[in-house]
Design a protein around this ligand. Structure first.
Ligand code: ATP
Ligand code: LTN
Length: 334
């Protein structure tokens, strides 16, 4: 059997350069050699306040962004998490395997609940990584291609799989994180200490895959830089390091090659060249995205097809989980 990969993206807003360079780019490459499942994780989006009127549209936009980036619906399964009921079913069973202590240690939980009143933080946010574990374990995936921010969540899903297997008998493949060597953590343009993020409230921090060329140029021109004037990367140059990494990933040159190319140029010339490179790199993705969004019925059809393929695999796993935990055989259709 071909090895399998699984990954997910939340329909929380417009996909951006960080999503593309840290995740989608890798997802596209992996679909050649792996049996690939990519999921629009709409149930995860319910863990923070959300807009019901926008959720469905954002899910369809997420699928369009994946196809526009090069995911091939003919060979790769793309679907919405809420369309495959087994995700929520397995999440409950794993919630009963997970421990309060290990969930409390999750950095994303701590970050996303910061500032709120401890007593009113949603329980869904606390259980978020358990649902994520269910996503992957249902498909017996070997690899989980994600950005650096997800490393701890993948560790937790490994722990849950190992614990379940030892308690109830071998059931799950124990997955591994596939984190790219470069681009796994693209930083915000206006603050190199902060991750570029869909849910950021600062529009100039993020380049969206669908931004018009003029807007991309404007955002890159306004990106913060470090003190000094040389275009070089380094520990004391977090802003330039981030911009050089983005340049390198689009252009194919290494960071030292770029440093050499821009030796003696000011930040202004460097940013102009970077903007051109990013605009050209995004152009085909943006054009394809707009074309796909012109036919939402077709995107819905592809998502329904994906959900049917995903459910067939997921049902096989949940049926053996039910037997192992003592719930017995799965009942037929009600
Ligand atoms: P949100 O702000 O809503 O949490 P996000 O921007 O972090 O959204 P996700 O949907 O959570 O995006 O993540 C989708 C994929 O993109 C994940 O694999 C994640 O690791 C990756 N990713 C997200 N942000 C970055 C980034 N700044 N650099 C590299 N990879 C990223
Ligand atoms: N938590 C992830 C999204 C996500 C995911 C998954 C990634 C949900 N389920 C399963 C990989 C595998 C995020 O916020 N990036």
């Amino acid at each position: 059997m071909e090895k399998r990969v699984f990954s997910g993206i939340q329909p929380t807003g417009s996909p951006h350069l960080g999503n593309y360079l840290g995740a989608f780019r890798n997802w596209v490459a992996l679909q050649e050699d792996y049996d690939a499942f990519y999921c629009i994780v709409d149930l995860h989006t319910l863990t923070l306040p959300w807009d019901p009127a926008a959720l469905e549209r954002r899910s369809i936009e997420g699928a369009a962004a994946l196809f526009a980036a090069g995911i091939d619906p003919a060979g790769t399964v793309v679907f919405r998490q809420s369309h495959v009921a087994q995700h929520a079913e397995l999440a409950w069973i794993l919630t009963c395997v997970a421990r309060m202590g290990e969930l409390r240690r999750m950095i994303q939980f701590k970050e996303k609940s910061r500032g709120g009143d401890a007593e009113s933080i949603g329980a869904g946010l606390f259980a978020y990584p358990v649902l994520q574990a269910a996503d992957v374990l249902l498909y017996q995936a070997h690899g989980v291609p994600v950005g650096e921010d997800q490393r701890q969540h993948i560790e937790l899903m490994r722990d849950l799989a190992i614990r379940f297997n030892s308690q109830f008998g071998d059931t799950f493949v124990v997955p591994e994180a596939y984190i790219p060597k470069e681009g796994a953590r693209i930083m915000a343009l206006d603050d190199p200490a902060d991750k570029m993020s869909k849910s950021s409230k600062r529009p100039n921090s993020v380049v969206n895959l669908t931004d018009e060329p003029e807007l991309v140029a404007k955002k890159i021109k306004s990106a913060v830089t470090d003190s000094g004037r040389d275009v070089i990367a380094g520990g004391d140059k977090p802003a330039l390091t981030n911009l050089l990494m983005i340049f390198s990933l689009f252009d194919g040159s290494t960071v030292p090659e770029l440093e050499e190319r821009f030796a003696g140029s000011g930040y202004g010339d460097f940013k102009t060249a970077l903007a051109e490179t990013v605009i050209e790199g995004l152009r085909p993705i943006r054009e394809r995205y707009l074309e796909l969004m012109g036919d939402p019925a077709e995107l819905n059809r592809l998502l329904a097809e994906g959900a049917a393929k995903a459910a067939a695999v997921a049902e096989g796993t949940i049926a053996s989980v039910w037997e192992r935990v003592g719930l017995g055989p799965r009942p037929g259709p009600q």
